[in-house]
Design a protein around this ligand. Structure first.
Ligand code: R5P
Length: 289
C-alpha cells in the first residue's frame, strides 16, 4: 500500500505510514496565484494499492481530492482507496426546506464510482453514506482511541453532551473501553453558537469525567457540559472529540474550562493528541490477509 496525502492530511498520513509501514508517495501540492489547486504525484504507482488521504472540507479540498484521484489513476495502480478524515457537507442530508440543495448527495455523487473503497471517520449523519451508492464504504468510530488516551486518568464516567442516539452510543463505546459508567445530557441547540442543556442530574460528584463528542465546532456544546459538570461537583473534567474544528477560539476557551482537551488527527491542530491511524491500518491489514 502507498499513501498519497492531501494537503490537509499531512499529520494523519505520517501517523498512518508510521503505524503500518506503508510508503508515503512523494507529491507536489500547491495553489496557483488565483487559488486553483495543482497536484502532482511524483512516485511511480503502477500496480500498487493506493490509499489517498484527503478531506472534503473546506471546499478547496473537494477539488484537490478529485485531482489526486485523477493524478493517481493515470499512473495505473492496482486499486485506489480514499480515506476522508473529515467529511464535509453532511449537514444537508435531506431537504429541510423547499428550494434547497441536498449537498450531502451532491458530494457523495462526485466521489462515488471513482474509488475502490471510501473510508470515513465518525460520520455525523447516517444519511450521508447511503448516497455513496456504488462504492464500498467503511466508517470508523474514534471514541475508543480517545478513551485509551485518558486511560491513566482514572475516569469514573464518560458523558455525552447530547442525548441523541449516535452521541450516546459514542460515549457508551468509550466507557466500555475504560470499563466505567456512561451518561448523557439533553441538549437543545438555540443557534449555531448557543446550546442549552436541560438540568438532567448525572451522578458525577467527586468523580473524574471524560466528555466525548464527534465534533467540537464553536465549543458551545462542550462548554455547556463542562459548566454543568462543575455545578454537579465533578472532580476532574477531560474533553475529547474526533473532529476538532475549533472555530470561534473554541480551543482556548475549552482549555481554560477543562483539565485537558484533545481531538484526533482527522483535522490537524495543536489538540490532535490521538491518531485514528491504528483503526485504518487494522481495517486495511484485515482486508489484505
Ligand atoms: C452535534 O450534534 C454534534 O455532535 C456536536 O455536538 C456539535 O457539532 C458541536 O458543535 P459546537 O461545538 O458548535 O457546539
Amino acid at each position: 500500500m502507498i499513501i498519497v496525502r492531501g494537503s490537509s492530511s499531512a499529520l494523519l498520513s505520517e501517523h498512518l505510514a508510521a503505524e503500518s509501514g506503508w510508503g508515503l508517495a512523494s507529491s507536489e501540492l500547491k495553489r496557483f496565484p488565483d487559488g486553483e489547486s495543482y497536484v502532482r504525484v511524483v512516485s511511480p504507482l503502477e500496480g500498487e494499492d493506493i490509499l489517498v488521504v484527503s478531506a472534503t472540507f473546506p471546499d478547496s479540498n473537494i477539488i484537490e481530492t478529485l485531482l489526486l484521484h485523477d493524478a493517481v489513476s493515470r499512473k495505473k495502480p492496482a486499486s485506489i482507496r480514499l480515506l476522508v478524515p473529515y467529511y464535509g457537507y453532511q449537514r444537508q442530508d435531506k431537504l429541510f426546506k423547499d428550494g434547497e440543495s441536498v449537498s450531502a448527495e451532491v458530494i457523495a455523487g462526485v466521489l462515488d464510482n471513482r474509488f475502490d473503497e471510501i473510508m470515513t471517520v465518525d460520520l455525523h449523519a447516517e444519511g450521508v453514506s447511503k448516497y455513496i451508492r456504488n462504492t464500498k464504504t467503511k466508517n470508523f468510530v474514534a471514541s475508543p482511541q480517545i478513551a485509551k488516551h485518558f486511560r491513566r486518568k482514572e475516569i469514573d464516567t464518560v458523558i455525552s453532551p447530547d442525548g441523541g442516539l449516535r452521541a450516546v452510543e459514542y460515549a457508551k463505546i468509550a466507557a466500555k473501553e475504560l470499563g466505567c459508567d456512561y451518561d448523557y445530557f439533553l441538549k437543545e441547540r438555540i443557534d449555531s453558537a448557543t446550546v442549552k442543556l436541560y438540568p438532567k442530574k448525572v451522578d458525577v460528584k467527586d468523580r473524574n469525567v471524560l466528555i466525548v463528542d464527534d465534533i467540537i465546532a464553536t465549543g458551545g456544546s462542550m462548554l455547556a457540559a463542562i459548566r454543568r459538570l462543575k455545578e454537579l461537583g465533578a472532580k476532574h473534567i477531560y474533553a475529547g472529540c474526533t473532529h476538532g474544528l475549533f472555530t470561534d477560539s473554541a480551543l482556548a476557551k475549552l482549555k481554560e474550562a477543562a483539565d485537558e482537551v484533545i481531538s484526533t488527527d482527522t483535522i490537524e491542530s495543536e489538540a490532535s493528541a490521538v491518531s485514528i491511524a491504528p483503526l485504518v491500518s487494522e481495517h486495511l491489514f484485515e482486508l489484505r490477509h
